[in-house]
Structure formats: C-alpha cells, structure tokens
Design a protein around this ligand. Structure first.
Ligand code: HEC
Length: 108
C-alpha cells in the first residue's frame, strides 16, 4: 500500500511538471510563429531558422549572435548578398520584432 501511494505521488508530480512545461511557451519560439517570418523568411532560412540548402544561412549561429542590432536590422531592411530587402514590404515595427526574435533565438 505504501509503495502504491509513493508510486502514485511520483506519477502525479511527474504529470504536473510535464503539464506546466507544456503550458509555458519557450521564449525562443517567437520568431518561428511570427507570421512575418513564416511568410517572408522561412522559405530561405527554414521553418526552424536553421537555414536551408541553397537558401539562406542559419539564423542561429555564432555569426548572427555576434551581429549588432543595427547589422541585423540592416540585413533585413536593405538586403545582403542574395537576401532581398524588406524595407517597404515590412514595417519598421515588424523588422524590429524580427530582430529581437532572432536575437532571442541566439541567446540560448
Ligand atoms: C531569397 C532568400 C531569402 C529570404 C526570403 C530571406 N533571406 Fe535572410 N538571408 C538570405 C541569404 C542568402 C543571406 C546571407 C547574405 C550574405 O551574407 O551574403 C541572408 C542573411 C540574413 C541575415 C544576416 C545573418 C547574419 O548572420 O549576418 C539576417 C538577419 C536575415 N537574413 C534575416 C532574414 C529575415 C528576418 C527574413 C524575412 C523578413 C529573411 N532573412 C528573408 C536569404 C534570404
């Protein structure tokens, strides 16, 4: 009986902790569910922002982590290499949100 009680206590606390975990959206999913990203960027940088073959590079990299806010904003607004520019397609607020979310992904 004691063993049964112990086992069910462990089981229910396990259940509780997974439930809490599932309910807390991790801060770094922001970019991946941002419609501006999904619509405009995922086709090159991938659904997980980790890049795609023949497409854009991973946005989760030492290079991106080292880039300044200004660099990231510039790359998105004015384009870079084969990356098209998004100034005019996206608002400044949308671009700023993308920059913050890219930075959040790199802070893990
Ligand atoms: C047509 C494909 C394409 C699309 C669409 C695209 N990118 Fe890119 N992106 C690239 C390529 C290619 C590079 C690398 C440019 C280089 O360094 O020459 C790049 C570079 C970047 C960089 C700079 C990364 C670094 O470490 O310097 C950021 C930030 C970025 N993209 C964000 C975005 C965001 C946000 C969007 C959507 C608004 C987007 N990209 C849409 C292809 C794309």
């Amino acid at each position: 009986m004691k063993i049964f009680l112990l086992a069910s206590t462990i089981a229910s606390s396990l259940l509780l902790s997974t439930a809490t975990f599932a309910q807390t959206p991790s801060a770094d999913t922001g970019l991946l569910i941002n419609p501006a990203y999904v619509k405009n960027c995922a086709k090159c940088h991938g659904k997980t922002a980790e890049g795609r073959h023949f497409g854009g590079p991973s946005l989760i990299s030492g290079k991106t982590a080292a880039a300044s806010t200004e660099d990231l904003r510039n790359a998105i607004a004015n384009g870079k290499g084969h990356m098209p520019k998004f100034a005019g397609k996206l608002t400044t607020e949308e671009i700023d949100a993308l920059v913050r979310q890219i930075q959040a992904l790199n802070k893990k």
